[in-house]
Design a protein around this ligand. Structure first.
Ligand SMILES: Cc1cc2nc3c(=O)[nH]c(=O)nc-3n(C[C@H](O)[C@H](O)[C@H](O)COP(=O)(O)O)c2cc1C
Length: 315
């Protein structure tokens, strides 16, 4: 079995990963206990919850709700503050897998402070900059504001030598894909993770006649099966448009080995799991890894590169 597993290893930002999947920033990756559980699981990277300069309690409950085909949440970035994710770094070394920190500053100044400090920590291997997060009041989240995105990336590049990636919100218009790709291609980015939740959905409980979560009048980010086609489209489009040295990490609706394979066909170098991990716990990684490998074996693939980006389309 180990020989088979070795055939399907991948790498991101120069780090060899022991398999194709790891946790997405968000569910169950905030506390040291949760990060240790990821270390002990088959997740091939330990990725932290998105951190801010200061600790945050997040929004009032209920702020997450399991849906039949996924999830809705408006967590409000609860996290322990970036200093804790620095403090945890040496404690996670023994798991022999990369430790990535997700950074989600509430302003450009916050991002600069955090990234400068994270860059000095040898046990932090890379970071994922979350661009699906508000920055300037009255403006959309950074990833939907191309001018701000450019400014943030220009600044970040000046202050770090560590590899970093960006976590993007979903795009729905070809012009937006092209504009964003043009910006990303001009920066020294190691990977792009797409997609973050589809923003501002509303789930209604007809029995109680109530929205299922409390913050923002019930509006929240969607994850799970609802978002998979959008996630696949984003991975495919960025695979076409980005420099070939920028790896694409797919996330959105992955709950089986076959889902992971679909992302491979669209060009993903690795995938992340959020909602299915929230619902199932760390066992999800071993299960999906097994299903993914069995699927590739059944199709007689000998490496990931044979299928990567090879989605067939009608002539
Ligand atoms: C409870 C919850 C919390 C999340 N928090 C974050 C976060 O802090 N940072 C981030 O980049 N994405 C966050 N996300 C988005 C996920 O990482 C992921 O992009 C999205 O849910 C789609 O993946 P999925 O279909 O596997 O859930 C969160 C998602 C959920 C469900």
């Amino acid at each position: 079995m180990n020989e088979i597993k070795n055939k399907f290893k991948t790498s991101i930002a120069g780090f060899q990963l022991h398999n194709y999947l790891f946790n997405a920033s968000g569910p169950r990756c905030m506390t040291l206990e949760e990060l240790i559980a990821l270390g002990e699981s088959r997740s091939s990277v330990i990725l932290s919850k998105s951190c801010t300069l200061l600790p945050r309690e997040g929004n009032p409950e209920p702020r997450y709700f399991d849906l039949p085909l996924g999830s809705i949440n408006s967590m409000g970035l609860p996290n322990l503050g970036y200093k804790k994710y620095v403090e945890f770094a040496p404690l996670l070394r023994r798991y022999n897998k990369p430790y990535f920190v997700s950074v989600s500053g509430l302003s450009l100044a916050d991002n600069i402070t955090m990234i400068s400090e994270l860059s000095e920590v040898p046990e932090i291997d890379a970071f994922e900059l979350n661009l699906s997060c508000p920055n300037v009041i009255g403006k959309p989240q950074i990833g939907y504001d191309f001018e701000q995105t450019k400014q943030v990336l220009d600044e970040v590049m000046k202050i770090t030598k560590k590899p970093f990636g960006v976590k993007l919100p979903p795009y729905f218009d070809f012009v937006h894909f092209e504009e964003m790709a043009k910006i990303l291609n001009k920066h020294n980015i190691a990977f792009v993770t797409c997609i973050n939740s589809i923003g501002n959905g509303l789930f209604v409980d007809a029995d109680t006649e109530k929205a299922v979560i409390k913050p923002k009048g019930g509006f929240g980010g969607l994850g799970g099966e609802y978002v998979k086609p959008t996630a696949l489209a984003n991975v495919k489009k960025f695979y076409e448009l980005l420099r070939k040295d920028i790896a694409i990490i797919g996330v959105g609706g992955i709950a089986s080995g076959m889902d992971a394979f679909e992302f491979l066909l669209c060009g993903a170098s690795a995938v992340q799991i959020a909602t299915a991990y929230q619902k199932e716990g760390t066992a999800v990684f071993a299960r999906i890894e097994k299903e993914f490998i069995e699927f590739l074996e059944k199709k007689e693939y000998n490496s990931l590169s044979e299928a990567k980006g090879k989605l067939k389309i009608y002539e």
